[in-house]
Design a protein around this ligand. Sequence first.
Ligand code: PLP
Length: 234
Amino acid sequence: MSASTLKEQMHSRWQAIQDRIAAACQRSGRRSSEVHMIAVTKYGSIEVTQAALDLGLVHIGENRWQDARPKWEALQDKGIWHFIGHLQSNKVKEVVGKFDYIHSLDRLSLATHIDQQAKTLGIQVQAFIQLNVAHEETKFGLAPEDMLGFVKQISSFQHLRIAGLMTMAPYVEQSESTRSIFRQLRLLRSNLNQSGILPYEVSHLSMGMSNDFEVAIEEGATWIRLGSILIGKS
Ligand SMILES: *Cc1c(COP(=O)(O)O)cnc(C)c1O
């Protein structure tokens, strides 16, 4: 595919996505400016990632360091990088300092590694706690009932800031049936804020993918993570 065709296709897809975001916001009385979009380029090339940046999509999502690496090395300063996949502790040294946001914080050992590496670099990492709201065996994430205990354990970590909560809904044909999952994540955010464990407000919800982002927006998503609908199916 020529570079111009790629750019044109992504441009028209992005326009259609923006219309759908706007309509979902309107249905739920929200402002489009409250909903941030992460372009998930994990199945895409450097050219695809460049095309997303050219559309003004500065937030780039990747789920494996090995796949992200060539794109990050080519385009690092042009984007703001989000690590959205399961993060092994032995990859923390690669990821911290390059990715501003980590969406997959799901265990104490990982939090400890991130905090230590961020301290070494003199930075603070923004993290989302990943919750397995549907208790799916195949998915990573903390069980909702373990969230407050986990936050207590990491509340003194100086180099880790909890930006929000993240979940992946089960894949279903009818996106409407994901609504209760997203609603539960919003309630978990309220529980967390009401607990007063953290000395700051946790404001973000990272939820909604190509298949279900409109329902997620209606239920309060502040970050949606869109891959195939933007870059095409691979
Ligand atoms: C791949 C991925 C996405 C994007 O998925 P699409 O269905 O292609 O939009 C979002 N979030 C996570 C965690 C992913 O791994």
